[in-house]
Design a protein around this ligand. Structure first.
Ligand code: DMJ
Length: 549
């Protein structure tokens, strides 16, 4: 009898425990946000920003949505197309999938195209930054050409002709130094290269190593090998004159003197001026299948894992820190938001655009443990970057954080809700940057794990709430950067970066598209998608790697 009562009590306790546990478990399994509704909302936000720009700043390169201020960048006040050209492929992508706004997107594409065809003139007697103009304008024109063709919208020839004109002008920058490494800027009319006016004339290492995708795609489209050869020439002096693989373990200081190819200074980081050097090694491989670039990328990733990885306190978040005094110098727990592209990059390099489930079945993944290690780290870095939003008072991440390594206690630094990072007073701004939602988009499509859509929806909502101006009036609603995303209420600043339209809203939108195939496209560093190049066609045009180590 005693036994029977014992069993009965145990059973009742077990039933209560299960009943209690199940609903709690379901609470954590929050359903993913409805993808169609999210897409509609992202389209509306994009269109609110776009209509406001059209009404008050159309054609100008720099726009301030709060005061409706605008100006162009080059001296002489002629436009470069900064916002229009950077955004046109987002219009096309949304046009292709929209259910609510299709005809409006088509009208906006045609308006932009007309402006690009009839107003935009790159024959400007002024210096422009080679990197920014390549990734935003040349990249934007090339992907607009590609999507115009793919979605049969607009006139692809307009984009192609402008891309060739701009490519020819930018290509002259590669003739400025003996090494083939371009100076920071070029005069679009004369083709004269102009050295960086600061930093002793050194070029940012990430800048001249983030031109290769655009010029290689241009070479492929035109059959003109010169573009390809020019952009490849920068690597030989960079790797050989610095003994990059041995002395630096594949990691680069953030400045390089273009006339010698030698590094300037010893700061090594994956944030500003270093970031896309690593990005374009992998992306060249994904775009063209040139094996050398995967090998160089591999070496850099091993270097990063050896010298730059650490975990925060108290939550053990993995992050990529900095070495300001070279590889043997002290480790710094500082990380720019810019570094957050690394989640998506590591994941893409791990699976080559396949889902992780599919990649695990392939020898290139199962036989090489570094692929799994990259995937695991991609998950960690994406989580860390999400925490930079989640542990912030506004739900938006600041420009730079300093992770808590247990040693830092500085008065005046804000500490995140769980204590994992600090924010210095001058780093509290938020420019509506894309890198975290970029990684979240890649992680979602490569894993199909709904948690990434949850994270993306949370970040999107924080952007929509905090960066919106005149929000209650659908006719006046528009979005802008923040000068402080830490102190509540957040403070706005009068500036909309073109990458809000070109990258942040595009990546958020793709996150909520179903079945987006990442084996077919490679995004340049400004989120402009290029199709993976056909190797047979490359061969027939003799487009091959022109150097070796
Ligand atoms: C973009 O212009 C590009 O992504 C670039 O590579 C780095 N930063 C901005 C967006 O943050």
């Amino acid at each position: 009898m005693k036994n029977f009562i014992g069993i009965l009590v145990a059973t009742v306790v077990a039933i209560i425990a299960i009943a209690y546990y199940v609903p709690r478990y379901e609470l954590f399994e929050r359903k993913s946000p409805e993808a169609g509704e999210m897409r509609d909302q992202i389209e509306s936000v994009f269109l609110a920003s776009w209509r406001d720009y059209y009404k008050h700043g159309w054609g100008y390169d720099v726009y301030g949505p709060i005061e409706h201020t605008f100006h162009n960048m080059p001296r002489g006040n002629q436009p470069l197309g900064w916002i229009i050209v950077d955004s046109v492929d987002t219009l096309m992508l949304m046009y292709n999938s929209s259910t609510l706004h299709k005809s409006e997107f088509e009208a906006e594409i045609l308006k932009s195209e007309e402006w690009i065809n009839n107003v935009l003139d790159f024959d400007i007697d002024a210096e422009v930054n080679v990197f920014e103009t390549t990734i935003r304008m040349l990249g934007g024109l090339l992907s607009a050409y590609h999507l115009s063709d793919l979605f049969e919208v607009g006139n692809k020839t307009v984009y192609f002709n402008k891309a060739v004109d701009l490519g020819d002008r930018l290509a002259l920058a590669f003739l400025s130094s003996q090494t083939g490494i371009p100076y920071s800027s070029v005069n679009l009319r004369s083709g004269q290269g102009i050295k960086n006016h600061a930093d002793g004339g050194a070029s940012s290492t990430a800048e001249f190593t983030t031109l290769q995708m655009e010029f290689k795609y241009l070479a492929y489209l035109t059959g003109n090998r010169t573009y390809w050869e020019l952009v490849e020439r920068v690597y030989e002096p960079l790797y050989k004159n610095n003994d990059l693989l041995n002395t630096y373990d594949g990691l680069v200081p953030i400045y390089t003197f273009p006339d010698t190819g030698r590094f300037g200074g010893s700061t090594i980081r994956f944030g500003s001026r270093g970031d896309s050097f690593y990005e374009y090694l992998l992306k060249q491989y994904l775009l063209t299948h040139e094996k050398l670039y995967y090998d160089l990328y591999r070496k850099s990733m091993e270097g990063m894992k050896k010298y730059l990885l650490a975990q925060s306190k108290p939550s053990s978040l993995w992050y990529i820190g900095e070495r300001e005094q070279g590889l043997q110098g002290q480790f710094s727990p500082k990380m720019d938001h810019l570094v957050c592209f690394m989640g998506g990059l590591l994941a893409s390099g791990s699976t080559e655009g396949l889902s992780i489930q599919e990649a695990r079945r392939r020898p290139f993944f199962s036989l090489f443990p570094e692929r799994k290690s990259d995937w695991d780290l991609a998950e960690e870095i994406t989580n860390t970057c999400y925490q930079m939003y989640n542990q912030s008072s506004s739900g938006l991440a600041p420009e730079i954080v300093v992770f808590n390594d247990g040693n830092i206690k500085q008065s005046g630094w804000w500490q995140s809700s769980l204590g994992d990072f600090f924010v210095k007073p001058l780093d509290r701004h938020n420019l509506q940057r894309p890198e975290t939602v970029e990684s979240i988009m890649f992680m979602y499509h490569l894993s199909h794990n709904d948690k990434y859509r949850e994270w993306g929806a949370n970040i999107a909502n924080s952007f929509f709430e905090n960066t919106c101006i005149d929000c209650s009036d659908p006719k006046l609603r528009r979005f802008t950067s923040l000068s402080d995303c830490i102190t509540l209420p957040t403070k706005k600043s009068n500036n909309m970066e073109s990458f809000w339209l070109a990258e942040t809203l595009k990546y958020l939108y793709i996150l909520f598209l179903d079945d987006f195939d990442l084996t077919k496209v490679v995004f340049n560093t400004e989120a402009h998608p290029f199709p993976v190049l056909d190797e047979k066609k490359m061969k027939s045009q003799s487009l091959t790697t022109g150097w070796s180590l």
